[in-house]
Structures are given as C-alpha cells and as structure tokens.
Design a protein around this ligand. Structure first.
Ligand code: DC
Length: 226
C-alpha cells in the first residue's frame, strides 16, 4: 500500500509557513498539522497545572496524555477533566516563548512525535513546523523550507498585533524573534534547519499568494496535485 502523501512546510516563525500550510491544505483538500500549536499547548497546559518547565519527565507525561481536538478555529484541550478552548491563549507572544522552551526538551519532543505522526491520514497531510521534513516525516514526498529575513518577520508580526489593537514595540519583537531563532536553530535535538532534500523558498519579498503558486506548481511536478 502506498504511503499517505505528506508535504512538509518548515521554517522560522513569521516566515508565513502557517498561512502557506493552511492555504495549501485547503487547496489540496488535505489534512493540516500545525505542530507548533502542539508545543504551545504543552506550554500553556503546564503553566495552568503549575508544572515547572525544568521538569522534563512531568512535561513529557503531560504531552503523552494530551487530549486535543482541532475544530476550525477552536482548539479543545482536556485539562484536569475539563474541556477547555485554548485557541486564544496559545497564540500569545508568551505562549510562543514558552513553546520554544519546552520544545527544546528531548523527552517532550519524543512524546509528541507519535501524536504528530497520527495526523498522517488520507487523502494527504500538510505538516507545518520546524522539523517536519527532517525528523517527523523524513519520507515526505515534498519538503518546503520557507524563510524570510528577521526584519521582515518582525514587521509582519508588528502589523498583525497592531491590527489586533495591541501596543507593541517593533524593536522588542525583532529581539524576541532573534532570541527564539537562536534557541530553535541552536538546540541539540531536532534544530530548525532545512532537510537536505528540501526546496528552500524566501518569502521576504513575496506575497503569500505568490509563494502558494510556487508550491502548488512543485506539488504538481511531484504528482501530488492536478
Ligand atoms: O510555529 P510556532 O511559532 O507556533 O511554534 C512555537 C514554538 O514551538 C517554536 O518556537 C519552536 C517550537 N516548535 C518546534 O520546536 N518544532 C515544531 N515542529 C514546531 C514548533
């Protein structure tokens, strides 16, 4: 039986990979895995249950026992028996930082590995993250690594947060992005880097539609789309 097709979209935060992965999954009618959301959920649930981010074993156990349901924009997570929507909580800047910290722990990554692989279902999966092409789905049929300059990524985030009516400093965001990049790229386990067989795209000067068009054309060439 042929393996369920997977397209991986890896890259740093703010490169547009989340938007690209969602648009691509919609275009193909495939499932979507937002793996960053899983790390964000682990961080948020740990905070709610007062689990220390230094307690790797407790965090891994928490990750293994997660009961999560993605339902459109709603993210249902069962916490202490209570079904809770964490959609807004996991999208904050703090949750991103917390996610990056727990994601550096090898036991947590191991615990989340099989959860992620469970998303591989017919007719196909678009998997968005940092190590989708290198670790989680090394046999993916198409691997994209989407990059953009740190300055452009900070600008995009700044606009997003401004539009939400939040007051933020561009300089602060740029610093945060650089710190997070350093942690994600520099960690010992599954660091953020392109798979050897990944196609590297730079979205600094490209609209999301232009990037999507390029990826759809690559998917067609790989026989994954019509
Ligand atoms: O994509 P994101 O910003 O939601 O991810 C949040 C953090 O989770 C990011 O800083 C690094 C981590 N992460 C990871 O280590 N591996 C993944 N596959 C996805 C996210």
């Amino acid at each position: 039986m042929a393996a369920v097709p997977v397209i991986t979209v890896d890259g740093p935060s703010g490169s547009g990979k989340g938007t690209l992965a969602k648009a691509l999954a919609d275009h193909l009618g495939w499932h979507l895995l937002d793996s960053g959301a899983l790390y964000r959920i682990v961080g948020c649930v740990a905070a709610r249950l007062s689990v220390e981010v230094t307690d790797q074993t407790a965090l891994a156990e928490l990750a293994r026992g997660l009961d999560i349901q993605f339902q459109g924009d709603v993210v249902w997570v069962r916490i202490a028996g209570q079904r809770t929507d964490l959609a807004d909580e996991i999208r904050t800047e703090d949750a991103g930082v917390q996610a990056s910290v727990v994601a550096a722990l090898p036991e947590v990554r191991r615990a989340i590995l099989s959860v992620q692989q469970g998303f591989r279902r017919n007719p196909g999966l678009v998997a968005d993250g940092r190590d989708m092409g290198t670790v989680v789905f090394p046999d993916a049929q198409l691997k994209i690594f989407l990059d953009a300059s740190a300055e452009e990524r900070a600008q995009r985030r700044y606009k997003q947060l401004k539009n939400k009516g939040l007051s933020v400093s561009l300089r602060g965001l740029l610093e945060q992005i650089r710190e997070r990049d350093a942690r994600d790229r520099g960690r010992a386990v599954a660091p953020l880097k392109p798979a050897e067989d990944a196609v590297i795209l730079d979205s600094t000067h490209l609209s999301i539609d232009a990037v999507l068009a390029q990826v759809v054309s690559l998917a067609k060439k790989a026989g994954l789309a019509h």
